[in-house]
Write a protein that binds this ligand. Structure first.
Ligand SMILES: [Cu+2]
Length: 292
């Protein structure tokens, strides 16, 4: 949530604008912790992982409210780190399309009111404040896995688009090797997983490992586990079953990750995709440099 969310869109998600894709790609705060905790606290034995693991029923579980309060608190923490620790990209969007986006709610007197994103960015104006709980984890970096093989002879050719029904490892070329410190400060190297196609009525999860073909050796806290794509099931309330195709994308920040893996000078990044739940198709993988 810190090193892998160095830009507003990496944290909040890609811009969603009228006339464009309605699922341009979630940010880190939405994927994990938000989506992963929803699913973790849902009941996997139930068809739609109710209550927490699916949209229509999540609010029935009292846990929904502390979970969402905590997500709000983490947003504050992300901004605070930006303000106090020199993470310059830890700021909200300033685009009026975002600030002026509006939502309708009923107020405490049952009147329909419209509020904008810009109205709710300052928690003091909303008359609450999070307790300062400290951030002892701030400078901690996940440990790397020492015995994981980097033997590229094990690589098999992979054809895109790919159906992710088994573990797949792909070598992705970096457009530029060895960025200078100034370049790294100004822009983020990002792995883009494009054209992720899933059935929106199904819960879907896959994990992304970097430079760890033997992903089984990597602990959950291991640095090589670069991120998880996770989406909750969105069952059709009319009960008409499967078939709601969803297309989206995901971004994984690489600056800090490659530094930690001592892979800054490599010409390629080895990406291992591990399916965990649901059916997934992926159109392509590529590396880009993002500035915001
Ligand atoms: Cu939620």
């Amino acid at each position: 949530m810190i090193g892998n969310a160095a830009l507003p869109s990496l944290f909040h998600g890609q811009p969603f604008r009228a006339g464009q894709s309605d699922k341009p790609g979630p940010g880190t705060v939405e994927l994990s912790p938000h989506n992963t905790v929803h699913t973790w606290t849902g009941d996997i034995a139930l068809t739609n992982v109710e209550n927490m693991g699916t949209y229509y029923s999540a609010g029935r579980d009292p846990l929904f409210y502390p979970h969402h309060s905590n997500i709000d608190r983490l947003w504050e923490a992300w901004r605070e780190v930006g303000a106090t620790h020199g993470y310059r990209g830890h700021v909200d969007f300033t685009d009026p399309d975002w600030l002026d986006s509006s939502f309708l709610f009923y107020d405490e007197e049952s009147r329909l009111v419209r509020i904008t994103v810009g109205d709710v960015l300052d928690t003091e104006k909303l008359r609450y404040k999070f307790d300062g709980v400290g951030m002892p984890w701030l400078d901690a970096r996940p440990p790397t896995t020492s015995n994981v093989s980097k033997n590229k002879a094990l690589l098999k050719s992979v054809r895109f688009p790919l159906s992710l029904h088994k573990v797949v490892t792909v070598e992705v070329r970096r457009p530029q090797v060895l960025q200078s410190t100034q370049e790294k400060e100004a822009r983020e190297e990002v792995l883009v997983i494009e054209g992720i196609e899933t059935d929106g009525t199904e819960m879907v999860k896959f994990d992304i490992y970097v430079n760890a073909m033997e992903h089984e050796k990597v602990e959950l806290s291991g640095r090589e586990l670069a991120g998880s794509y996770m989406c909750l099931s969105h069952p059709r309330i009319d009960g008409t079953g499967k078939g709601m195709i969803v297309e989206t994308s995901m971004r994984v920040a690489l600056n800090e990750l490659l530094e930690d893996l001592n892979a800054d000078g490599n010409e390629t990044v080895t990406v291992t995709l591990v399916p965990r739940h649901g059916k997934v198709k992926i159109r392509s993988l590529r590396i880009v440099y993002m500035v915001e």
